[in-house]
Design a protein around this ligand. Structure first.
Ligand code: DI6
Ligand code: FE
Length: 401
């Protein structure tokens, strides 16, 4: 595409104003040097843009490129046999004893070379891009030692360069306790705070820091140590909170001004209120809810009432959400959690950008934002969340600038 282009005859879901979807029915937009330099009703296009190279959108829908703000898509191996065992009646405990669960992915991730890890992860990122993703967050957390955590994050960055996607990396050292620290969670937390995270940070490999606050993972006190270290290094925070029980993770995350608290099925009133006050984004993960066949729903109405911004993400990971479809994620957000289709589209654009702290660059279509767009062969925006197993993406525009 020429560096300056005019796109005409488009429906544009800007995701900005109070109008549903910020929709412009007969819109035009101008891209200059990778940025949106004009957007509006075609009849109001200033004369100065009239002679630019043109692209006719033929009434197709343009949205911001999608943002998947929570994934663990870099990992080695597969957990399909664990899925099979589970559906043949084996309990999670039995599976763990046989070496399953997060730690089996840790074993497989540690034993892959950089190149193998890249090759195994690439198709997962390709699948997201094929459905219009322009930004994808990728977490570490299947290394749990310095070398492998760094390997994961380097691979994540490299994937972004190879596929022309903005990859935001998150350090998730506090994901599980590795075998060499078994029974010694506090020592492991000290190790990641004093050794791994500083090393990751000195290589500028992490854009944020996350943790898994759960009975089967880390206590709020242990997460506090990780967050104190992240704050000292000037890194923003996110937290897996209230997925399987309520330990007060969301309140903790909000008290640090975290970008997001994620999962939240067991979120209580105190957590909702704290998130509302701190502006922490609620990232809902319907793929994990579906795949684990959970029944406790996140408190959507309470979140709405408190004005908490709501995002949704695939949580792409081998154990609880082997999902690589942002469109299916939107559909599940609606059918399982009760989001309106407009909320679902906000959840993978505007609020997803907020969950990554990049809302000044991407997530909406407005002047000055990056021209990262998705063009869809649909009549109305609700179709994106409505169809199941259909991908109407025509083109993704990603102009690195
Ligand atoms: N919550 C989850 O559901 C996943 N990680 C997390 O923090 C599980 C990841 C896995 O089972 O591999
Ligand atoms: Fe997750």
């Amino acid at each position: 595409m020429p560096s300056t282009t005019l796109i005409r005859s488009a429906k544009i879901a800007t995701m900005t104003s109070n109008k549903p979807y910020g929709l412009i029915e007969n819109g035009a937009l101008v891209i200059a040097d990778g940025l949106i330099s004009w957007v509006g009703d075609q009849s109001e296009l200033p004369n100065e843009y009239a002679g630019l190279p043109e692209k006719n959108a033929d009434r197709k829908l343009i949205t911001p490129a999608l943002i998947d703000c929570h994934t663990h898509l870099v990992y080695g191996g597969s957990r399909a046999s664990e899925f099979e065992m589970r559906l043949n009646g084996a309990s999670y405990e039995v599976i763990s004893r046989k070496g399953g669960g997060i730690l089996s992915t840790v074993k497989d991730t540690r034993s892959t070379t950089d190149q193998e890890l890249l090759e195994q992860s690439l198709p997962r990122l390709e699948a997201l891009v094929a459905e219009g993703a322009g930004t994808v967050e990728i977490k570490s957390g299947y290394g749990l030692d310095k070398e492998t955590e760094i390997k994961m994050l380097r691979v994540a960055r490299k994937l972004g360069q190879e596929l022309n996607v903005r990859v935001k990396t998150t350090f998730l050292g506090a994901h599980a306790i590795p075998p060499e620290f078994s029974g010694n969670a506090d020592k492991y937390i000290d190790f990641i705070c004093e050794d791994v995270l500083p090393a990751v940070h000195s290589e500028k490999l992490a854009d944020a820091v996350d943790g898994f606050c759960e009975k089967i993972a880390f206590t709020p006190k242990q997460i506090t140590k990780v967050f104190d270290k992240a704050s000292a290094l000037g890194l923003p925070m996110k937290l897996h909170a209230e997925q399987l029980s309520n330990l007060g993770g969301a309140v903790l995350a909000a008290s640090y001004g975290a970008l997001s608290a994620d999962h939240l099925e067991y979120l209580d009133a105190a957590g909702v209120q704290a998130m509302g006050e701190s502006g922490t984004v609620a990232v809902l993960l319907p793929g994990a809810f579906y795949f684990l066949r959970e029944s406790k729903l996140p408190p959507l109405n309470e979140l709405r009432k408190a004005g908490v911004p709501i995002a949704i993400a695939t949580d792409c990971n081998p154990g609880s959400s082997p999902l690589t479809s942002p469109l299916l994620c939107m559909n599940m957000g609606c059918t399982l959690f009760g989001l309106a289709p407009e909320e679902a589209l906000h959840g993978v654009t505007r609020t997803a950008a907020q969950a990554l702290g990049i809302q000044n660059e991407v997530g909406t279509i407005e002047i000055g934002k990056k021209a990262e767009l998705a063009i869809w062969d649909v009549d109305q925006p609700a179709e994106l969340a409505y169809r199941i197993g259909h991908n109407p993406l025509v083109e993704r525009i990603y102009t690195q600038s």
